[in-house]
Design a protein around this ligand. Sequence first.
Ligand code: GLN
Length: 192
Amino acid sequence: MKIGVLALQGAVSEHINMVKSLGVEAIPVKTVEEIKVIDGLIMPGGESTTMGRLITKFGLENVIKERIKEGMPVYGTCAGMILLAKRIKNYNQFSLGILDITVVRNAFGRQIDSMEVDLQVKGLEDPFHAIFIRAPVAIDLGSDVDALASLEEGVVFLKQGNVYASAFHPELGNDPRIHKMFIESVKSFLNK
Ligand code: GLN
């Protein structure tokens, strides 16, 4: 099993280390050829407008969409969640248009740069200590989107088919449970 972490910008090495700590191969990817041969893709946090521009510049839009259609699991964190959304509130910027959600960028107010919350997550027994950095939330979820964790401002962890997205950063910190959940979905994709 090989997990690719989109390496155009943002928190790449943290995801790679977290996946490796679970005994799974993880590599940075930034070309069409590399994305064709991975079994799961993580889209990291960073700056969604910059990353969107780079996805276009490197011509990666179609290959990512095709692999998602094939059923390959994808997990977007923070800016990655914004890039997967169909709708972005108040911004006219690139996105892949996969997740049937409206994303609100910087949803916790510009003055709140980061925060940490013990979050109740569907499927996890104990709360997850979640780190948010200028984070978005999701609202207006389509009927096939499963909300896995929510705060007052909106949904912060969700799943639609083979695509996961979180507003927080599980790659920062040392709790691998969210990555484990994602890797389980890659396992079942490979066993199909
Ligand atoms: N605020 C950033 C954006 O809108 C996302 C921040 C992050 O990924 N940590 O793109």
